[in-house]
Design a protein around this ligand. Structure first.
Ligand SMILES: [Cu+2]
Length: 310
């Protein structure tokens, strides 16, 4: 009984696709050939006097049974691959997937958060997918996973990366202006590298503010070139009057408070989500990055490339 549950999801989904595609191609060919034959065989030229028909039991039975069996076969194959995708094998590593406008957050059993889904090669990974705001879709084409992220509801899927590498994650449901930027990656790494990741030792010695802004989805709402997407552009923002009710200037303390609880700091409702999972070092790097973009126009720190440190 265990065997069918361990069916490779990629294989199961591909088999269903090929089955439906093959049957569709076969039907298209059969129907087209039959149609052409009927047009010629029963044309008015070949049949000057119209024929009369009075039903045929066997013909009717066949055209009821054959499509029914075909469609049931497609259903069975689809159901089988759906089960293969839904039912994670026992003992799979569990990861909570939270979609928000416009980034992904992956939470591991030990409480570690990551904007990318880092997994060890060869280990089944169970995903519990949900959203904190609007409808999103978790789409990892390499693993044939496409599952809705719905606020207030948890959907499940699983996969196993058999080869080390980086596999792209998209959002498959249009979710607002930052939708196209809602990208992330499944990073399949060796067990040792994964253990290092879980222990929280970052590969880079110093966090890069621009990379964090990208990974956290900040750039979905805040441009770096002065244009307004949803929120104010990061360019030249530091030191200016904020949109908060109290009109406080955008400074280090303001940005830190904003990341912690945006609505409370602004004193009004906002689309901006909180980022409680950011480490202190990440937050500082992010604030440094903003500061580097906020210096007086014309001087250094346009922030168009590199880490953008002042
Ligand atoms: Cu989305």
């Amino acid at each position: 009984m265990v065997a069918p549950r361990l069916v490779n999801v990629v294989q199961a989904v591909d088999n269903t696709f090929l089955l439906i595609f093959g049957l569709s191609a076969l039907l298209l060919l059969g129907i087209t050939v039959a149609m052409i034959w009927f047009v010629i065989r029963y044309s008015r030229k070949n049949n000057p006097t119209p024929a009369t028909f009075s039903g045929n039991f066997w013909a009717e039975l066949i055209w009821i049974l054959a499509p029914t069996l075909l469609v049931m076969g497609m259903f069975y194959s689809g159901w089988h691959s759906y089960r293969a995708l839904r039912d994670a094998p026992p003992g799979a590593m569990q990861v909570k997937v939270l979609a928000h406008m416009w980034a992904w957050d992956f939470e591991y059993a030990n409480g570690r958060h990551s904007p990318e889904l880092v997994v060890p090669v060869g280990v089944p990974v169970g995903l519990s997918v949900t959203s904190s705001d609007v409808l999103h879709g978790f789409f990892a084409p390499a693993f044939r996973i496409k599952i809705d992220a719905v606020p207030g509801m948890t959907n499940h899927a699983w996969f196993r990366a058999d080869k080390a590498g980086e596999y792209v994650i998209f959002c498959s449901v249009y979710c607002g202006v930052g939708h196209a930027k809602m990208l992330s990656a499944i990073k399949a790494v060796s067990q040792e590298e994964f253990d290092r990741f879980m222990a929280g030792k970052p590969a880079a010695s110093k966090p890069d503010g621009r990379a964090i802004a990208e990974a956290q989805g900040c750039l979905g709402c805040h441009s770096l070139d002065g244009s307004v997407i949803v929120g104010p552009s990061f360019k030249g923002l530091f030191g200016t009057k904020s949109l908060a009710k109290d009109g406080a200037p955008v400074d280090r303390a303001f940005v830190a408070a904003l990341l912690h609880d945006p609505a409370a700091r602004l004193g009004k409702a906002t689309m901006m989500p909180a980022y409680p999972a950011l480490t202190a070092a990440d937050r500082e790097a992010l604030v440094n990055f903003l500061e580097s973009l906020g210096v007086k126009p014309g001087s250094a720190g346009q922030g168009t490339a590199g880490g953008g440190r002042p």
